[in-house]
Design a binder for this molecule. Structure first.
Ligand code: FDA
Length: 500
């Protein structure tokens, strides 16, 4: 409520925020979490909380009247659909050169993501986070994160014959026949539940084209894991539909935090100001970066370092699809949960880790779709735009050419060997590469650059960053396990030293 005071406020309920809230509560602290998205617990008129990818409605996108699907064309025709304006679960935030997809709601990105829970190879870790002791990450914090997230592995024997993974078997076969190695990746989706979906004994979710607009069943998103545990302590209050707009030092200590309570059309219902002794920024790479550069530029937190807003990257994301031979059907039933990656990171000429993605069109497409994570050296900077009052990101679409070049080192040889071609009808009218959007925003408030080596904003004791903005643009694999493990490491140090 307006005027409230509290010891700890966490902004955002994604991975970083969920870890902070749980561990602080277990250490005896009371925590309030504010989240701009909704609490996704109430079913709609169809009896379901979330809509699927084949029939998107207002629940799909954050405040839009038309979908902006990652695959926005099909066989030459635009594929987007009119929807009602609503605080839906997937935001497609458009900057000048890139569209950044993010989850909105209690659970953040965990509500919309593919659940791929990948721990990077330890030998690559120093290139990601050189200031962080890798040995303790791999002995303590990655295992802690994997346990907290309920990560599990697919039964490979079942996978070999399940209809819903025909597409992945074709992806594996064509990659391996072309000299590339594939690797199974863990996930937070409950594979035992999926077996029941395939067997027809449980309501379908991953097998019903559900993923990027939320899963009604099966997925252990954060609201089922860290946030459920946090709420279970009785010390954590989660307040949805509150969008934080300003943070500044309060008279008499602590911080004033201004937020707008919004309705499901995005309109402000009420503006509230609260005072918190400590504030954790966990609004995600984009959300935290936008908040921090705005506070610095508008004089609310003028002593933030100049580096705030820099070091942003897209995890080298680029998407592409191939058209398989007629004997390589990918299946009309596809699980929306990916299980395999093509690992070409050791190729020093162009490292890439390509997820073999589902393409749940509901019909046979013969297409193999991939999301490649590549080593792209380009980094963007967020800056406050005093004219618009918003925040710009200077990333240009052309900066993704290095990612395309890395990905081509996998897919050109596969096409040559298989005598197949790229699809050109999915990312535009005639466009091969999905190079103008990202699922994996990282950086903007990089650890040991804009914060100390544990996420403290040192000019303002009591302010912390604990989300993907700490990671300098790349994780070499899908990012959320690393975001979670780093948050586990940082909160342990913060609790030990700042809560004596
Ligand atoms: P995250 O974005 O999760 O949470 C931030 C929260 O803060 C959001 O809920 C947001 O609404 C809220 N917020 C923002 N601004 C606010 C404000 N001003 N006031 C209040 N609240 C605010 N990763 C992976 O490892 N494996 C995968 O399979 C996938 N797949 C995937 C698919 C799709 C479609 C997407 C969009 C993303 C993925 N990802 C992924 C990426 C992964 O989801 C992402 O890296 C993490 O969610 C980032 O975690 P954070 O804690 O940094 O922020």
């Amino acid at each position: 409520n307006d005027g409230d005071t509290m010891p700890i406020l966490v902004i955002g309920t994604g991975y970083g925020g969920a870890v902070a809230a749980l561990r602080l509560a277990q250490a005896g602290q009371s925590v309030v979490m504010v989240e701009k998205g909704m609490s996704w617990t109430q079913p709609g008129s169809d009896g379901k909380v979330f809509c699927n990818m084949l029939n998107p409605d207002g629940r799909s996108f954050w405040l839009r009247t038309e979908t902006v699907q990652p695959i926005n064309h099909f066989m030459g025709a635009p594929y987007d659909k009119a929807i009602s304006n609503y605080t839906g679960v997937l935001d497609a935030e458009q900057f000048s050169g890139i569209r950044i997809y993010q989850g909105r709601g209690v659970g953040g990105g965990s509500l919309v993501n593919g659940g791929m829970a990948v721990t990077p190879k330890q030998e690559n870790f120093a290139s990601i986070l050189p200031s962080v002791d890798a040995a303790s990450m791999y002995s303590t914090y990655y295992p802690r994160a994997n346990a907290g997230l309920k990560v599990n592995n697919v039964d490979q024997t079942w996978w070999q014959s399940a209809d819903c993974y025909q597409f992945a078997r074709v992806g594996k076969k064509t990659a391996e026949a072309s000299g590339f190695s594939t690797t199974f990746v863990p996930n937070v989706y409950d594979f035992n539940y999926m077996k029941q979906e395939q067997a027809g004994t449980a309501t379908r979710s991953a097998l019903n084209a559900e993923v990027i607009y939320g899963n009604n069943y099966g997925k252990n998103s954060l609201d089922k894991t860290y946030l459920a545990a946090a709420s279970g302590t009785g010390k954590v209050t989660i307040v949805p539909q509150h969008n934080v707009t300003a943070v500044s030092p309060a008279n008499g200590g602590g911080f004033s935090v201004v937020m707008n309570q919004i309705d499901t059309s995005g309109n402000t219902v009420k503006t509230k100001t609260v005072t918190a002794q400590k504030v954790f920024f966990a609004a995600g790479s984009v959300g935290t970066s936008k908040l921090l550069v705005t506070q610095k530029a508008t004089g609310k937190l003028p002593n933030l370092p100049d580096s705030v807003g820099t070091g942003w990257g897209n995890n080298g994301n680029v998407m592409v699809a191939r058209q398989n031979q007629a004997w390589d059907a990918t299946g009309s039933l596809q699980s929306c949960i990916p299980t395999l990656g093509i690992d070409n990171w050791a190729d020093s000429g162009g490292p890439a880790f390509a997820e073999i993605s589902p393409f749940p069109a509901g019909i046979e497409t013969f297409a193999s779709l991939y999301l490649a994570i590549t080593k792209n050296p380009n980094r963007g900077t967020f800056s406050y735009n005093s004219g618009s009052g918003g925040v710009d990101l200077n990333w240009q679409t052309a900066w993704n050419q290095p990612s395309i070049d890395c990905a081509k080192r996998i897919f050109d040889p596969i096409n040559t060997k298989q005598a197949t071609i790229y699809r050109t009808d999915l990312f535009g009218e005639y466009k091969t590469w999905g190079d103008d959007f990202a699922y994996h925003p990282l950086g903007g408030c990089v650890i040991n650059v804009s914060t100390d080596n544990y996420g403290r904003l040192t000019p303002y004791p009591g302010l912390y960053v604990i989300d993907g903005s700490l990671i300098p643009g790349l994780t070499t694999v899908n990012p959320f396990v690393t975001i979670t493990a780093l948050a586990e490491r940082n909160i342990e140090n913060i609790i030990a030293n700042d809560f004596k």
